[in-house]
Design a protein around this ligand. Sequence first.
Ligand SMILES: Nc1ncnc2c1ncn2[C@@H]1O[C@H](COP(=O)(O)OP(=O)(O)OP(=O)(O)O)[C@@H](O)[C@H]1O
Ligand SMILES: [Mg+2]
Length: 390
Amino acid sequence: MESPLPDDTTPPAAARSSVLIVDDDALLRETMHTVLADEGYLVIEAEDGVAACDCCDAALPNLIVVDARMPRMDGYTLCRELRSRPATAHVPILMVTALNDRASIAAAYEAGATDFIAKPFDWLILTHRIRYMLRTADMVEVLRSSEAWLRAAKDAAEAADRAKSEFLGNMSHELRTPLNAVIGFSRLMRDGLHGPLDPRYQDFAKIIADSGAHLLELIDDILAMARASPGSLELVVREVQVADIVTSSLDIVRLLAAEAGVSCTSQIDPDVDTVHADPARLRQVLVNLLSNAIKFTDPGGAVGLTVRREPDGGFAVHVADTGIGISADKIALALEPFGQVEQGLSRRHPGIGLGLPLAQRLVELHGGTIVLASEPGLGTMVTARFPQVR
Ligand SMILES: Nc1ncnc2c1ncn2[C@@H]1O[C@H](COP(=O)(O)OP(=O)(O)OP(=O)(O)O)[C@@H](O)[C@H]1O
Ligand SMILES: [Mg+2]
């Protein structure tokens, strides 16, 4: 019965592979030609290095068997010549050297030969060696082409990323410049700096100024989110005083909390006086979590921030509130960019749904995680865990 597997002794590739024999000994060339042709190879002959170069120019062989000593151009010079040409730089070369001649074996490898075989050689070993070298060359070729493909894909991705950053930088500038004029001049009008304004117009100026400021915040959030994608943002991690970060974060949300009628307290465990983190990003995480907690808590409620040491040596930030909570099936939505639990006209709270996913990205850039635990009507606790930096 015929085996469904390919015959291991005569692989199908052998039939298509061409072998160039370079030797000044016509009899040896002829014998080798017969043996290799019997194995299914397409055989080409050249009597020296110069003729071999011409053969390679005419048709690139899959493998070259080269005698070391030849007139006009010897085997070593031929090897070096072939390696210097882009077309033959990777074609496997089997050098035929004198028996036990260590110096010529070393010289063969140095000249760029892939392998050597000593004279007089066993024909069976020669054919096995050639088959093995061709198989290896095929595998190397596959690796080389996938490496080239990967490099091209990586270059394209990096170029796209650079283009995105550049685009964002330009957009940021282009959007902010006119917006600054809108905000600046509408504030001048609102405050009546150049003389009194009709109260109705003063109201309009206030609306323009507030809307402009809101738009500027949105632009900043979108830019921050885009910049926080992996690879686009380099963290500047250093030792930071936890109390400093906590105090400055609470300062930023103090007005928001006062307006919402929500109390805000903090507690830092004594064993976490300093941590390793990017201070600006850590503050942004705290501010985003605190402003959510305040925003989604009714007047009279409470928000608490706790920083604790983790068993692995890292630290955790917990932001707990007594607010409206999130049902379990909506937690994944809340973490999505632009994902908000209250949709459309039923929304009572301002925002575009970027604060939480941005906080999550910033924590993940530190190697950490964000987890939400919530009970609708009772409150929410968001935990950001930062692993120890070694
Ligand atoms: N502490 C919380 N309590 C209840 N719901 C929350 C809380 N934090 C987040 N959410 C829900 O998750 C959604 C997404 O939060 P996120 O901070 O990303 O957006 P946002 O606060 O609506 O807008 P932005 O932060 O961009 O101003 C919120 O709209 C809200 O529905
Ligand atoms: Mg938010």
